[in-house]
Every structure is written in structure tokens, then in C-alpha cells.
Write a protein that binds this ligand. Sequence first.
Ligand code: SAM
Length: 230
Amino acid sequence: MGIKRLHEQFNRISKNIAYQRIEKREVKDIIHNHFSFWSEPDHVNRQAFLEVLNRIAPAPAVIIETGTSAWGTDSTRIWDSYIRRFGGSFHSVDIRKEASADLFGQLSKRTNLHVADSVDFLERNLDLNADVYFLDSWDLDLNDPIPSAEHGMREFHAIKGNLKRGVILFIDDTPSFDFLKTMTLPSAAQEFVDKYGSPPGKGAFVKAYVDEKIEHKVLHHNYSWVIQIL
Ligand SMILES: C[S@@+](CC[C@H](N)C(=O)[O-])C[C@H]1O[C@@H](n2cnc3c(N)ncnc32)[C@H](O)[C@@H]1O
């Protein structure tokens, strides 16, 4: 590890020591503290996380995430805070080893970080039977939106058999049409809308499938898409 990375890691660990000292008794504390401390208070995903944690609290939960904390909401820390407080277990997978390395020494014993392709990981770990799946791996590139939507669909196919009543499916970067109006779309993204009749996104193909074939309730849809299986 180079000096710069070592210094950054030291800063993260020190910041985390301070963070863990803050009392987080309720979901609203977890959300408030996370978005003030690790993210931005008005982050576009704040409401979606609040919605999901409020729905599962105060029960222990099994949570699976694809795409460990990186250039996003720093989501791994939120799920970790939930199971620290309310119990359960949490697995997060990322194809880059740096994602888990950056979190080294900062998460609870109930959190398990894995380095693997997300689809392989999901296929091999069906027995985990998650209560919440948070899919946030292959980045959405508005100049080339299909690979991300296809990867999202492969992740969905891997877990489809586990989507029993009550399970929450939360896919990041899956904007609604209303949210899309706030975005400047490159031509490839507009072509996606014209061709598939839906905004581009990690969950674009999943949403099309689920809307047609799976009974569900929409818990939130803005920049991310969150549903509960009925
Ligand atoms: C948007 S970032 C995740 C952000 C994170 N959830 C957060 O809130 O900070 C996407 C992550 O997915 C990972 N990724 C990309 N393709 C993947 C794959 N096929 N399997 C697993 N992880 C992948 C990238 O390495 C990256 O760390």
C-alpha cells in the first residue's frame, strides 16, 4: 500500500471511530448520521434508504448488496449500521478488492465483504435467503446504458427464485420518468428511452419484467427503484 492510500485508510479508520461513538438508536438516527457524516444531507438516495430501513426495523434482517461502498451513497456503512443496531447479517460483494480493503477494520462482525463477480456470488449464495437485496454494481453509463441494464437483469435472474413475499428489492440508478426530466440525456440514453419505452438504468430491464410478471408494491421510485414482493 502506497503512502497516500495508507494515509487515506488511517483517516477513514479515525473517522469511523468517531462515527461509531454516535448513538444510533432509531432508523432516523442511522439515516441522519450517515448522510451528515459519510455522504451529503440531501443525497438523492436518502429517502429510499429511510423507506427501506423503516420497513424492516426493528427486526433483524439478512441483507445482500452488490457493489460495495465506492463512488456512491457509501451504502455498505448504512447496512452495517442497521445490523449493528437491530441484528441479522449483511453480505456485500464487489469485483474490485479495493472496495472492501477501504472498509477494513470499520465494520461490525456481522458484516461480510466478498470480492467476486456479483452474478457468480448471488448464484452461489442462494441459501442466504435475503430479506433485502440492494443491487448497485455495474455502473450506469448514459452514453452506453445497455451493459448496466443487462448486468442488473443477470443479477435479478440469479435471485429470482428467492424473491418470496415480503422481500425488498432495491436497485440504484434506475430513474423514474419524472426524475429523468431533471437529467440531461446524451443521445444513447434518449435512444434507450425510444427503444425500450423506459428510462435507462441498472434496473431498467428488471423493472420491465417485474411490472409484467411479479406482484409487488412500489415503496419508492425517484433516482432508485424500491419494491416489496407481495
Ligand atoms: C456505484 S459503485 C457502488 C457504490 C456503493 N453501493 C455505494 O453506495 O457507495 C459500483 C461498484 O460495483 C462494482 N462492480 C462493477 N461490476 C461488478 C461486477 N460484475 N460484480 C461485482 N461488482 C461490480 C464496482 O467495482 C464498484 O465498486
